[in-house]
Design a protein around this ligand. Structure first.
Ligand SMILES: Cc1ncc(COP(=O)(O)O)c(C=O)c1O
Length: 381
């Protein structure tokens, strides 16, 4: 809660003030003869850095047990800038095949154009990852749990394999949050979040974060400065405020998520439920080993195919029909036409994303209210 918060030196402010300024007086006694080098703890221009943004970065580094952090104007800015910072033309990137749709498109359409070879490997078959690492790779890109099927990657095992092959490990840990999982403790090098989601937690901000070693974050910061995905001070203030309640919100998301997953699992109109906290999840043992909680994301296949899923979405009254996730309000969507609409139907089928799949971001409302709403919606199928 207190990481990055001001000490007494901010005019006694108890919360991090919003430094709503694009630029700063040159930080030298004689500003005219300024030599262009920014002294430690000083600021020049908000695209480079800003005290409100720096406060969030300190909080994020402390949450992820990282040496340093860089904050961005979106999760995608964080992902693309990190990949541009750590990869170069001719490099080979191993990526798991279950990815957020935007990241999937970045890997499919953009990185190859820049001369980076991207090889998609099975998310859960660690043998394939090992074989591909044997052929050489500069980095491995992971999500765990994945969007939308909540598959897990054994982070400790992959980090050991990747490091002995000389590859860096990058993870998008958005679904887990640093409350439920700290990948750096398991050997991962760089941890990315769409801070739009649980970190901010109120569905009212777009932001992204990256955390890792000081050396890696210096490279990432350079790309933020040059490609320009900097977060504005007001956005940083909102994110800081959201992050202060991350722990208690996650407690409720974890509790509601598991209760709703169990409720759905026994419902006659539900064919399959995906949630790492369920004993029926094929990687439940791994979830228990590497996570402290299982989060509020629940995906499930309903009876009646796409038509059934659409009926449910039309019928819910408390749960909001919207994409995105991780906020205090429960949100429901179909990956088919939202988070994974950029995939071809063939790719979705190969990955197991069915037309009847519903993705639910369980909020912090009363548990029974959420279940009653789902029960009502499901009864319409
Ligand atoms: C797992 C994951 N990573 C990254 C992103 C992209 O983040 P943003 O929308 O903040 O750019 C999303 C967005 O849905 C996501 O779900």
């Amino acid at each position: 809660m207190h990481g990055g918060e001001p000490k007494e030196d901010c005019h006694g402010a108890v919360t991090a003030p919003i430094f709503q300024t694009s630029t700063f007086f040159f930080p030298t006694e004689d500003p005219i003869s300024w030599q262009g080098k920014v002294p430690e703890g000083s600021y020049i221009y908000t695209r480079w850095g800003n005290p409100t943004v720096a406060a969030v970065e300190a909080k994020m580094a402390s949450l992820e047990n990282a040496q340093s952090s860089v904050v961005f104007s979106s999760g995608m800015a964080a992902i693309s800038s990190t990949l541009l910072a750590l990869l170069k033309k001719g490099d080979r990137l191993l990526s798991i095949e279950d990815l957020y749709g935007g990241t999937f498109s970045l890997m499919r359409d953009e990185l190859p154009r820049l001369g980076v070879e991207v090889r998609a490997v099975s998310t859960t078959d660690i043998g394939e990852m090992e074989r591909e690492l044997g052929k050489g790779a500069a980095a491995v890109y992971l999500e765990s749990p994945t969007n939308p099927l909540l598959k897990l990657v054994d982070l400790k095992a992959v980090a050991e394999m990747a490091h002995s092959a000389g590859a860096k490990v990058i993870i998008d840990s958005t679904f887990a949050t640093p409350i439920n999982q700290t990948p750096i403790d398991l050997g991962v090098d760089v941890v990315i979040h769409s801070a739009t989601k649980y970190l901010n937690g109120h569905s009212d901000l777009i932001a992204g974060t990256v955390a890792g070693s000081k050396a890696d974050m210096e490279l990432v910061l350079k790309k933020r400065i040059l490609f320009g995905g900097s977060l504005d001070p007001m956005g940083a203030f909102l994110l800081m405020r959201g992050m202060k309640t991350l722990d208690i919100r996650m407690e409720r998301h974890n509790r509601n998520g598991l209760a709703v997953a169990k409720f759905l699992e026994q419902h006659e109109k539900v064919e399959r439920v995906y949630h790492p906290g369920l004993a029926s999840h094929p990687q439940h043992a791994l979830a228990v080993r590497q996570m402290r909680g299982f989060g509020g994301m629940v995906s499930f296949e309903v009876a009646g195919g796409r038509n059934g899923a659409e009926k449910l979405l039309r019928s819910v009254q408390l749960i909001k029909r919207a994409t995105s996730l991780g906020g205090v309000d429960s949100l429901v969507s179909m990956p088919l036409n939202s988070s994974h609409s950029s995939l071809t139907p063939g790719d979705r089928e190969r990955l197991g994303i069915k037309d009847s799949l519903v993705r639910l971001s369980v909020g912090i409302e009363d548990t029974q209210d959420i279940m009653d709403d789902l029960n009502h919606g499901l009864s319409q199928i």
